[in-house]
Design a protein around this ligand. Structure first.
Ligand SMILES: Cc1ncc(COP(=O)(O)O)c(C=O)c1O
Ligand SMILES: N[C@@H](CCSC[C@H](N)C(=O)O)C(=O)O
Length: 456
């Protein structure tokens, strides 16, 4: 959008150019590219993901990519809806309107990565503000918060956000933001968004509740419906689904908050490019079918590992300690699971023995991935802090794709045998308990460790 933008200080737009749309009762930003059914009907999410409308002059089926940095104006004072792609671009606007629809938001904004989204969100903070967040958070989130703690005058409290009362007791009148991730990456711990939001409203109504929904996507969970002020996620993951782009998505239902976030995006220049906007829009259309297959594969793999004695963390399993809470908030458990072997070297051997499972960071993609978070995605959290936060160094994360489930299980089974992680007998496989590189018996199976608490 070329306007309204307090940073530009230009003349205000003629009324006809800032006409607002009001679809499904939402006060959406002006755009030439509608993304809701003309009749205003709300369809099932699988339909809404695919269904977009736009007013292309040639009725193109695919939304055109406006690969242009600038837009010519009619008047000397400008005033057209688009002037410069950093400020606004029709392809990006179309994607944002489509996302607003599927995220149950009045406004969505897209930026160049998930971390870019968190950077934009944390620029709402000022020195002296306090942030309450979890112990188990994505490594990049921890890195940015640590940076802001050291250089931005922000006080960050890392506490056990799986305990809503603990969050309530940490919130004060200095709390500017409660930053939640659920389920957490990589420990798959579940945070009660609705209860925490109601505690926060009661204790400090001005505190912003921001939820990182990357592990589920809007297909499975809608944080705004659960009381969050900001829903953000890495579009690099499920939304795109093919690991061919980086993107971050932010959604809100408060137009003033949306304007503040847009201001930072335009001021800092981190909005998503037209081509990546188009690619993300294309990825979103297949989210439902991808997720369905990824989830059913993940459930099979989780059951396979658990039935052979591994300690598995997946909220789709009844053994998950927050199974009930999770299913009150979410419509599915996603396609990431973690399991432990009890031995770092053994975990390394398993990861390196896999063939079909690529050793790679990220998740939500059509290809299956395997990694040791302490060595890769969460390596930026120092070992002492990881230990204080009860992060098992041997933990293996599986990010399940859309391949054939039997092939995935077969490859995993072969990797477990090759690595010496299981005893093979006529009765089948049984996970071994390994300590200091020596087999000390058979593993006992599921169960989560307790969480610790710290402040920085
Ligand atoms: C939970 C979570 N949030 C945010 C991010 C950041 O996303 P991006 O890599 O797109 O910057 C990631 C992964 O990188 C993540 O796993
Ligand atoms: N080297 C990167 C690691 C990215 S991790 C990506 C993803 N969130 C995951 O959990 O796998 C970095 O240091 O940021």
């Amino acid at each position: 959008m070329a306007s309204p933008d307090p940073s530009k200080g230009g003349p205000s737009l003629p009324t006809k150019l800032v006409q607002k749309f009001d679809l499904d009762g939402h006060d959406l930003p002006p755009s030439p590219a509608s993304s809701s059914p003309r009749n205003g009907r709300k369809y099932a999410l699988a339909t809404e993901l695919v269904y977009t409308e736009h007013n292309d002059q040639y009725n193109s089926s695919s939304v055109p990519i406006y690969q242009s940095a600038t837009f010519k104006q009619t008047l000397s004072g400008g005033g057209e809806e688009y002037d410069y792609t950093r400020s606004g671009n029709p392809t990006r606007t179309h994607l944002e309107r489509h996302l607003a629809k599927i995220m149950n938001a009045s406004r969505a904004l897209v930026v160049s990565s998930g971390m870019g989204a968190l950077d934009v969100i944390t620029r709402l903070l000022k020195p002296g503000d306090e942030v309450v967040t979890g112990l188990d958070v994505y490594g990049g989130t921890n890195r940015l918060l640590t940076y802001l703690g050291k250089n931005g005058g922000i006080i960050v409290h890392h506490i056990d956000t799986t305990n809503a009362e603990c969050v309530r007791d940490t919130i004060t009148d200095k709390t500017a933001m409660v930053l939640l991730e659920t389920p957490t990456n990589p420990l798959m711990q579940v945070v009660d968004i609705a209860t925490i939001a109601s505690y926060a409203r009661a204790k400090n109504p001005s505190a912003i509740i921001a939820v990182d929904n990357t592990m589920l996507s809007p297909m499975l969970q809608n944080p705004l419906d659960l009381g969050a002020d900001i829903h953000y996620e890495s579009g690099t993951k499920y939304l795109s689904g093919h690991h061919d782009l980086m993107a971050g998505v932010i959604a809100v239902n408060d137009s003033a908050l949306g304007e503040r976030l847009y201001f930072t995006i335009n001021a800092s220049g981190c909005a998503l490019s037209p081509f990546d906007s188009w690619l993300l829009l294309r990825g979103i259309k297949t989210l439902s079918v991808r997720m369905e297959k990824q989830q059913s594969n993940t459930m099979r793999i989780a059951q396979f590992l658990e039935s052979h004695g591994f300690r598995v963390r997946y909220p789709g399993l009844k053994s998950h300690p927050q199974y009930e809470l999770f299913h009150k908030m979410a419509r599915g458990a996603g396609a990431v699971l973690a399991f432990e072997t009890g031995d770092i070297k053994l975990s390394e051997r398993i990861v390196e023995s896999a063939r079909l499972w690529a050793i790679s960071v990220s998740f939500g993609c059509v290809n299956s991935l395997i990694s040791m978070p302490c060595r890769m995605s969460h390596a930026s959290i120092d070992p002492k802090t990881r230990a204080e936060r009860n992060m098992p160094e041997d933990i293996i994360r599986l990010c399940v794709g859309i391949e054939d489930a039997e092939d995935l299980i077969d490859d995993l089974q072969r990797a477990l045998v090759q690595a010496g992680a299981v005893r093979v007998s006529l009765d089948g496989l049984q996970a071994l308990r390994i300590e200091d590189g020596h087999t000390v018996g058979e593993a006992e199976g599921a169960g989560f460790g307790a969480a610790a608490s710290s402040s920085s």
